[in-house]
Design a protein around this ligand. Structure first.
Ligand SMILES: [Zn+2]
Length: 129
C-alpha cells in the first residue's frame, strides 16, 4: 500500500527531527504532495493518524495535506512553468512542449510546528535506546 509506506516515512522523519530539536510535541505538520504522486488524501491522512500513535511526540499531531502543482522548466525559452493540465503540458510563454520537470514531483514536509518544554532547565542525556 503506497500511502502507508509514505505515511510511515513522514512520521519517522518528523519524529526524529523533533527529537533532535528537543521538542516535546509536534503540533502540526504540513505536507506538500505532488499531483504526480497519485496519493489519495483521505488514505494518506488515515495512515498518518494511525501511525502517529506509535510515538508520544506525534500522538496529537495534526497533519495538513497540501497538493502542489508540478513545476517545469521550458527548454525552449527557459521560463519556469507551472502546469495544471498534465495531459498536455506546454509553456505559457512560448507554447513549446519541450519541458523538463524541475520540482513539485515528490512529497515534502513543508512546515512543522513543535512545542518545546520550557520548564525543563537541565538537559537529560540518554545513551541510546
Ligand atoms: Zn517557453
Amino acid at each position: 500500500m503506497h500511502e502507508l509506506s509514505i505515511a510511515d516515512q513522514i512520521v519517522s522523519m518528523v519524529e526524529l527531527e523533533a527529537r533532535e530539536a528537543r521538542a516535546i510535541k509536534i503540533s502540526s505538520v504540513t505536507i506538500d504532495v505532488s499531483v504526480l504522486m497519485e496519493v489519495e488524501e483521505d488514505n494518506l491522512l488515515f495512515c498518518l493518524n494511525t501511525l502517529k500513535k506509535e510515538y508520544a511526540i506525534t500522538a496529537d499531531t495534526v497533519f495538513i495535506y497540501r497538493e502542489v502543482p508540478v513545476e517545469f522548466l521550458c527548454l525552449n525559452c527557459g521560463e519556469a512553468v507551472i502546469v495544471s493540465d498534465l495531459t498536455a503540458p506546454v509553456c505559457q510563454k512560448c507554447g513549446s512542449s519541450s519541458l523538463d520537470i524541475r520540482g513539485g514531483d515528490s512529497i515534502y514536509i513543508a512546515e512543522m510546528e513543535v512545542e518545546m518544554d520550557e520548564s525543563r532547565s537541565t538537559e537529560k542525556c540518554d545513551a541510546g535506546e
